[in-house]
Each structure stands twice: as structure tokens, then as C-alpha cells.
Design a binder for this molecule. Structure first.
Ligand SMILES: Cc1cc2nc3c(=O)[nH]c(=O)nc-3n(C[C@H](O)[C@H](O)[C@H](O)COP(=O)(O)O)c2cc1C
Length: 231
């Protein structure tokens, strides 16, 4: 198969994407954020419904949201009162998903030198989500509650486009379901209309490659494990 420059560029943007969990303070130009979102919005969606809505947070507005969430998150009593509105994960974990989930968690914590009994260290690492891992840009994604499962599928394509378009510009991301737990705080801070629900958040910026957590490379199944060429 002949490999064209376009194929190489697209493959490189896709395969070089990793979830980045430590960012440099380097700002991202407004034009770059706008261009990435415009490219992302070329995602397909059933009957072109385009169910995405994005809140871009930077500077003080981002810090305010982080502060409000962390105040709740760092107080176990308050944190227990915040529950996600939709189930991102299965209610009952079974193999092989639980094994993969555990592996990525332990691999990250091992890199950070966090032993399996270091609950405080793990909680602190989880809390880093709410600072968008220090990224200069924090994105919050919402969807109209009226939309059904198909639109969430469309949303995933939009999010992936965004992450790949960021990569093509030398930027990195971390998609963050962690924000869904604090949707009430987000709704209040961003004055979301009642019709909107939080899909997830995302950190966007320049990766700090000196940080050990960014050396994590996750595994993928071999093709033969998830593909059947039907004859
Ligand atoms: C929708 C979505 C939500 C995620 N939420 C979080 C999160 O809250 N915090 C986090 O550190 N990683 C989060 N991740 C990153 C996953 O852990 C990561 O994609 C997976 O382990 C594969 O690693 P890779 O992205 O580096 O390829 C999320 C990924 C997706 C797609």
C-alpha cells in the first residue's frame, strides 16, 4: 500500500494522541482554539444535528471553576453529595474491562510512585483533573438533555476530531469524565440553562514532557482480538 503525505500526517496526528496529565503554562492562541473547534465541528452527526456545545475557560474563569470544584472535592462529606448525572461506566464491572481499567490506573500510579495503599496520593492525583492538569485551556462540553444515545455517539466523534486537530497543531489534550461528578457546580459557575447537561471536560495545551505521568503509554488490543474478517 502506498503511503501518501496526507495519510502519514493523519495517522501521526491520531497515533501521537495520548491523554496528557501535566501541561506547561504556555498559552494557546485564541485563533488556534477557534480553528481546532471549527475543524472538530466537521464531525458527522445523524441528520446533521450537531449536538455539541463547548464552554472555553481560561485564566480567572478557569481558576474559579477549579476552585469551586476542588473545595467540594477535598471535603469528603461535600464530595459524597455530588453524583454524576449519567453513567459513563458500566454499573457492574466485569472482565476484560475491569482488568484494563485497573491496569491503566496502576500503571499511572506506579509511574507517580504511588503504592496501592496510598489512597491520599491517588485522591490528590484524581483532584488534578479539576485543575485541568494545569492546562491553560479548560473545555466543558454540554448536550441538550432532549438528545438521545445517537447524539452521544456523534459527540464522541466531535471530541476525537478536536483532540486530533489539536495534535496536528502540536497541542495536547486529556478528555475528562471526572467533571461529570460536579455537574451542579459547573451548571452554577457557567450559568448553564436547565436544558443542558455536562458531557465531560477536557484539558488543552502544551504537554510538559518533563513530567513522569506523561510518559504513560497505554496498551491496545491486537487486531485479532477485536476484528473478525468474516468469510
Ligand atoms: C470520554 C473520556 C473521559 C475520560 N476521563 C478521564 C478523566 O477524567 N481523567 C483522566 O485522567 N483520564 C480520562 N480519560 C483518559 C483515559 O483514561 C484514556 O483515554 C485511556 O486510558 C487511554 O489512554 P490514552 O488516551 O493515553 O490513549 C478519559 C477518556 C475519555 C475518552
Amino acid at each position: 500500500m502506498i503511503s501518501s503525505p496526507a495519510q502519514q500526517a493523519v495517522d501521526a496526528a491520531i497515533t501521537s494522541r495520548r491523554s496528557i496529565r501535566a501541561f506547561l503554562p504556555t498559552p494557546v492562541a485564541h485563533e488556534d482554539i477557534a480553528a481546532i473547534l471549527q475543524v472538530a465541528a466537521r464531525a458527522p452527526s445523524g441528520t446533521n444535528t450537531q449536538p455539541w456545545k463547548v464552554y472555553v475557560l481560561q485564566g480567572e474563569r478557569k481558576n474559579q471553576l477549579s476552585g469551586a470544584i476542588l473545595a467540594a472535592h477535598n471535603d469528603p462529606e461535600q464530595a459524597a453529595q455530588h453524583k454524576e448525572e449519567y453513567a459513563y461506566y458500566p454499573r457492574e464491572w466485569v472482565s476484560p474491562y475491569i482488568d484494563r481499567r485497573r491496569k491503566v490506573g496502576w500503571d499511572l500510579y506506579a509511574l507517580l510512585g504511588l503504592g496501592r495503599d496510598n489512597k491520599a496520593g491517588m485522591a490528590a492525583q484524581h483532584g488534578r483533573n479539576y485543575e485541568f492538569f494545569d492546562a491553560p485551556v479548560g473545555l466543558i462540553f454540554t448536550i441538550d438533555r432532549i438528545m438521545e444515545q445517537g447524539s452521544w455517539l456523534d459527540y464522541g466523534m466531535f471530541l476525537q476530531n478536536l483532540m486530533v486537530a489539536a495534535r496536528a497543531r502540536g497541542l495536547d489534550t486529556c478528555p475528562q469524565a471526572a467533571f461529570t461528578q460536579y455537574h451542579r457546580i459547573i451548571s452554577e459557575q457557567l450559568a448553564l440553562p436547565e436544558s443542558e447537561t455536562v458531557v465531560c471536560g477536557m484539558a488543552l495545551g502544551v504537554a510538559d514532557l518533563s513530567k513522569i505521568e506523561n510518559s504513560l503509554v497505554t496498551e491496545r488490543m491486537a487486531l485479532s482480538e477485536f476484528v473478525k474478517f468474516v468469510e
